[in-house]
Design a protein around this ligand. Structure first.
Ligand code: NAD
Length: 469
């Protein structure tokens, strides 16, 4: 069995202790991850600090080329990384699974590499010239979740280094191995210390958010952890980008063709088994077509192959970990106890053993039930019947989260006017969750702080300096 190292100053550094990383499909041990000590974290921050002066002063064209080289490295090792993601995360190689994740990471890296942060002239007249420049912050601490371990690390690392920062990345203890391997590989095309990787338990993440040597935290994960990070980053006034939880609503207007939208609705909700920040997590369907939409969704759920992710025929895998499995199980049991009707899926035959949970559709619910009000982050979609569009907009907005939402209708104008009234950072029409590198993503309300992706996202990895001449 492979023992993975810490990656510090361009070197593979053996750790003093390790922990097992298990394959959620069968419980087998995939590898041993290094359990970093606080001293290891200090070393990684010191390496990133030492690399910063020269990396931030490196000509822009060279940093741009290095980011493209990172993308090319992902491409050259795509199958190896995809298999490792499947082994530790559980998602299938196929479908919207690990190969798709590595492909997405490459595309994101190439797009971000080509972004520019040019100085802006704010004033140039007899009174003087005022220029706005953007400067790298220093060491960025990246803390990532277990649902897209390579792609989300790339979302943090590439804009950080493109803008001239150096990075210490800490992946989730559930899925650390693919991030370690990815950082090891990209170190071949970067100067030592520009990107470092430490793994360990949540304590390391907590220590990063208080660390005096880290200037910014890029965090993707739950709203609860995001709030803790914000509190512990306060004494050092760190810059923060927090991409947090979502409870995205989809609203199906009465003029939809149920057959035409069923696949889009299903994959909006069940991408990565629902373990996706901007997945469709509660579906409001007009009463005129509610039953037909349910029937079509059940048909898609029944024909979707669920199995071990290494099997080329699987399109959905297991839930990633026991804690998440139990959460989904409890939410569905509770929904049924509150009058919810299972249309497909529901409790698996072997709830104590395997982490496989079938794609589950529950109807007969309304706001006020935890499966509707809270983020399930798993393969269980509540479907809510509605009669009045005004009332459903209010119900969709009645949630502390505001990551994404969707409106479904062949009448794009009508859908857009509903979309404009949703209090979310993104709204899709006739699709859900299609995030892309050229479109800023920013959760509103308790779904986040700051912006990711595109030029607006890249700016978050800089401080502003204004020169008055
Ligand atoms: P989590 O918050 O439990 O953990 C995320 C990371 O934070 C892990 O690396 C973990 O070790 C670390 N961590 C835990 N406690 C910490 C602390 N006190 N201080 C610093 N770091 C700490 O989230 P998760 O369960 O891994 O991921 C699922 C959540 O992530 C869901 O809520 C999902 O919606 C959200 N998510 C959001 C986005 C987005 O872009 N908005 C993307 C993916 C996932």
């Amino acid at each position: 069995m492979q023992t993975y190292p810490l990656i510090i100053a361009g070197m593979s550094v053996p750790a003093g202790a390790h922990f097992e990383v298990r394959n959620p499909a069968d419980g087998s041990v995939v590898g041993l991850a290094p359990k970093a000590s606080l001293a290891d974290l200090d070393e990684a921050v010191a390496a990133a600090t030492a690399a910063f002066p020269s990396w931030s002063a490196t000509p822009d064209s060279i940093r741009k080329a290095a980011c493209h080289a990172v993308a090319d490295t992902l491409a050259a090792h795509a199958e190896e990384l995809a298999r490792l993601v499947t082994l530790e995360q559980g998602k299938p190689l196929n479908g919207l699974g690990s190969r798709w994740e590595i492909g997405g990471a490459q595309a994101w890296a190439h797009y971000t590499a080509d972004l520019e942060l040019l100085p802006k002239v704010l004033q140039d007249d007899n009174a003087g010239r005022v220029e706005l420049h953007r400067t790298a912050i220093g060491v960025v601490g990246s803390i990532t979740p277990w649902n897209f371990p390579v792609m989300i690390a790339i979302w943090h690392i590439v804009p950080a280094i493109r803008a001239g920062n150096t990075v210490v990345v800490k992946p989730s203890p559930y899925t650390p191995l693919s991030t370690i391997r990815m950082v090891e590989l990209i170190n071949a095309v970067l100067p030592p210390g520009v990107v470092n990787c430490v793994t360990g338990d949540n304590e390391i993440g907590a220590a990063m958010s208080t660390h005096a040597g880290i200037g910014k935290i890029a965090f993707t994960g739950s709203s609860g952890t995001g709030k803790k990070i914000m509190a512990s980053a306060a004494p050092t006034l760190k810059r923060l980008t927090l991409e947090l939880g979502g409870n995205d609503a989809g609203i199906v207007l009465p003029d939809c063709d149920p057959k035409a939208i069923a696949e889009g609705l299903f994959w909006g909700a069940f991408i990565n088994n629902g373990q996706t920040c901007a997945a469709l997590k509660r579906l409001y369907v007009h009463e005129r077509i509610h039953d037909e939409v349910c029937d079509e969704l059940v048909a898609v759920a029944r024909r979707t192959p669920v199995g071990n992710g290494l099997d080329e025929g699987s399109v959905l895998g297991p839930i990633q970990n026991r804690m998440q499995f139990e959460r989904v199980r409890q939410l569905v049991d509770d929904a049924v106890a509150h009058g919810g009707r299972l249309l497909s899926g529901g409790p698996p035959p072997d709830p104590e053993g395997s982490l496989f949970y079938p794609p589950t559709l529950v109807t007969g619910l309304d706001n006020g039930v935890p499966l509707v009000d809270e983020e399930q982050f798993g393969p269980a979609l509540p479907i809510i019947r509605y009669a009045d569009v005004e009332a459903v907009i209010a119900r969709a907005n009645d949630n502390p989260n505001g990551l994404g939402g969707s409106v479904w209708s062949p009448d794009i104008e009508a859908a857009t006017s509903v979309a404009r009234r949703l209090r979310t950072g993104s709204v899709w029409i006739n699709k859900h969750g299609a995030i892309q590198a050229n479109a800023p993503m920013a959760g509103v309300k308790q779904s986040g702080l700051g912006i990711s992706f595109a030029e607006e996202g890249l700016q978050e990895y800089t401080d502003v300096q204004v020169i008055f001449k």
